[in-house]
Design a protein around this ligand. Structure first.
Ligand code: ZN
Ligand code: ZN
Length: 404
């Protein structure tokens, strides 16, 4: 049996770029280690969910880890809260939120509260409360954004938004979409009223009003979702699993799946992340664990920036960092791919399939020694997200037989 290392270069897939002589960043990159791994293994194209679906990082990772995203993805609220590093439990109901400005009549004057960019940590803290038996947790996000989590019994996500989604409109009364949801809609209405009371007289807002800025005097929530119960990954696949992930959204999903986080010095989930350390810690921890998921976010960041040259450089840095893996092909089954394409020409995720490679000793080689979106199409693999763990179990000689 071999150990499994699954490396997700976030947003890896791309389209030809004018800045790179009509090559994709992966095509243009100098990447001898990735090419070596491809030459020793199988390559192909990969659909994180299914052909043409434009995944978020959350839905793609759910799918890759063997969870049906159409059943487990219950709305953006919980995943937004995970992304802010909140500690969620199955059954919690989570919302996305906006600090906004309302007048005395609860008319929304400014949905972004003057694009507030500091002090929201204190404002969020002032809104942590208990209503009845239900705990309400608030965490600030970037600028005016926040997440709100309700924790208690008999909660439901089947309620309408408080946020009117436009300015010069009244704050809405949340309504239950079925009978069981009335407790939750009542709670969120009460929370909204209290948020105004607390925030309108908060020292930060008194200061903002004095200096002529719009006060962040209400928190408007939307996108209710219930935190899903994910079957324990370790039990589901009989693997002792860990992850090396810098992005809170993905590490939050791993946590819900029971995948143990490994913290790595210098792994930041940003462009300057320390990839050498990530690989070093993966090798060290594969002595203890059977499976490690690694996410490298920097490729996606370059894609969203529309910077093909930067994306190519990030791939080259990753390639250098992967060098120590080459001597472990007798012990490891390594898969390298992405969670979706983030073409620099689009600056957002697309449904284009991604290049994938599986490398380990003793498997059939496709004989393709240059790995990119174009050459991968000549390889033997055609897989989608739900196949990933099964394929890895098979090539690491861990799969259970189906039938006699
Ligand atoms: Zn992603
Ligand atoms: Zn992205």
């Amino acid at each position: 049996m071999k150990k499994i290392l699954l490396i997700i270069l976030d947003g890896l897939g791309d389209r030809p770029s004018k800045d790179l002589g009509n090559k994709t960043p992966l095509q243009a990159a100098n990447k001898k280690n990735l090419n070596y791994l491809a030459s020793k293994g199988m390559v192909g194209l990969f659909d994180p969910i299914s052909p043409g679906i434009r995944p978020g990082s959350d839905t793609a990772h759910l799918s890759i880890l063997g969870y049906d995203p159409y059943k487990t993805y219950t709305g953006r609220g919980p995943f937004e809260a995970l992304g802010l590093g909140m500690d969620l439990k199955p059954g919690d109901v989570a919302f996305r939120g906006n600090f906004a400005t309302v007048n005395d009549n609860f008319i929304v004057v400014d949905r972004r509260a003057g694009r507030i960019d500091n002090g929201t940590d204190e404002l969020a803290k002032s809104l942590n409360m208990k209503i009845g038996d239900v705990e309400i947790l608030v965490k600030e996000g970037v600028e005016h954004r926040a997440a709100v989590v309700l924790r208690g019994k008999n909660l439901s996500s089947k309620i309408t938004d408080v946020d009117p989604h436009q300015e010069n409109a009244s704050v809405k009364e949340s309504k239950p979409l079925d009978e069981k949801a009335k407790l939750t809609s009542d709670l969120i209405n009460e929370f909204t009223r209290r948020s105004y009371k607390i925030l309108d007289s908060h020292p930060i807002n008194i200061e903002r009003k004095k200096s002529g800025k719009n006060p962040a005097n209400i928190l408007l929530v939307r996108g209710a979702g219930i935190v899903p119960e994910l079957e324990d990954f370790n039990k589901k696949f009989n693997l002792k699993a860990a992850c090396i992930v810098g992005v809170p959204l993905i590490s939050g999903i791993c946590k819900l799946a029971g995948i143990k986080p490994i913290s790595v010095p210098g792994a930041t989930g940003t462009l300057n992340t320390n990839m050498e350390n990530k690989i070093k810690y993966a090798i060290e921890n594969l002595k203890e664990f059977d499976f490690i998921l690694m996410n490298i976010k920097a490729t996606d960041i370059a894609g969203h920036d529309g910077n093909a040259i930067l994306k190519k450089e990030v791939i080259e840095r990753a390639d250098k960092a992967f060098e120590p893996l080459l001597e472990h092909l007798d012990e490891y089954t390594i898969m390298i791919t992405g969670d979706h394409s983030t073409p620099c020409s689009v600056k957002d995720h697309t449904g284009d399939p991604l290049p994938v490679l599986i490398s380990t000793s003793g498997i059939r080689s496709d004989g393709i020694d240059e790995w990119n979106e174009i050459s991968a199409a000549k390889g033997s693999l055609r897989i989608s997200g739900k196949d990933v763990i099964n394929v890895l179990l098979n090539y690491s000689d861990r799969a259970e037989k189906f039938g006699a």
